[in-house]
Write a protein that binds this ligand. Structure first.
Ligand code: ADP
Ligand code: MG
Length: 254
């Protein structure tokens, strides 16, 4: 296996009123090139902390992250990060938000516009190009953020509960779109979720986190693709894994 990301012994402390809050302790994980890894865990178990470290946005207290065999010391142009909270630029409309990564890499205006328009269409925002983030619903902002991340054509995608706040219908649509975009792309995805079904629907592999990022389960998801959630729900293999993941999470009840 070629590991794109090699995470070794990551610990992260935050200072809080003179005491250290341990958000993540001794976390190690290798992510194989081209794989879709879902990371499942309850709220507060350190998922976002872990992803910030993988994105090079935060510095570990101890431990290392290596990206393609080099130490990661800051954000990397090949790594796209869809954070849990919105980071759209309020003064830019949807079109210009999505164009941003293309602007940064110096793509000419005409090509930039065409590529952004295509991505905006794929996430179902056609017609909203001229809208500003404040004029969009939460779900629409998520979709715009997704399009913006994809515009940078990252080879590694880090996604932090990207569809958590969406209505069920939209979530299903975007999950399907994400899988269409990923399949055959060779991209590596680390997708954080607290939803068992989502973890099983999307991933090749699921890593279940307990408190302070302890890995309580790490297993392959051998379900054939393409996957349909309605079919999976009656598939014995899926049902079995669902139970296994639920038990792993439950063992970690606060
Ligand atoms: N910037 C911060 N300062 C202090 N504590 C933090 C900070 N970020 C996260 N934490 C704490 O670290 C723990 C893990 O948080 P987080 O990584 O956001 O969990 P998750 O994403 O799994 O919900 C929580 O106890 C949280 O309160
Ligand atoms: Mg989080």
């Amino acid at each position: 296996m070629t590991a794109v990301l090699q995470v070794d012994g990551l610990t992260k402390h935050f200072a809080k009123d003179d005491t250290a809050v341990v958000a993540l302790r001794d976390f190690s994980l290798d992510i194989a090139e081209g794989s879709f890894v879902t990371v499942l865990g309850r709220s507060g178990c350190g998922k976002s902390t872990m992803l910030n470290l993988l994105a090079g946005l935060a510095e570990p207290t101890t431990g290392t992250v290596r990206y393609r065999d080099h130490p990661l010391t800051g954000p990397h142009t090949e790594i796209g990060y869809l954070t849990q909270s919105d980071t759209l630029m309020p003064w830019r409309d949807v079109q210009r938000n999505v164009e941003m990564p293309l602007e940064i890499s110096g793509i000419a205006a005409k090509e930039r516009r065409a590529r952004a328009a295509e991505l905006i269409r794929r996430v179902g925002l056609a017609g909203f190009e001229k809208h500003y983030p404040r004029e969009l619903s939460g779900g629409m902002r998520r979709r715009a953020s997704l399009a913006r991340m994809l515009a940078g054509t990252p080879s590694t995608l880090l996604m932090d509960e990207p569809f958590g706040a969406l209505d069920a219908q939209l979530r299903t649509e975007l999950q399907a779109e994400l899988l269409r975009l990923w399949q055959g792309s060779g991209q590596t995805v680390v997708f954080v979720t607290h939803d068992i079904e989502e973890a099983l629907l999307l991933g090749d592999r699921v890593v279940v986190l307990g408190r302070i990022g302890r890995i309580v389960l790490d297993r392959a998801i051998e379900l054939p693709r393409p996957r349909e959630i309605d079919e999976l729900r009656v598939d014995p293999a899926f049902v079995g894994m669902h139970g296994e993941l639920a038990r792993a999470l439950k063992g970690e009840a606060p």
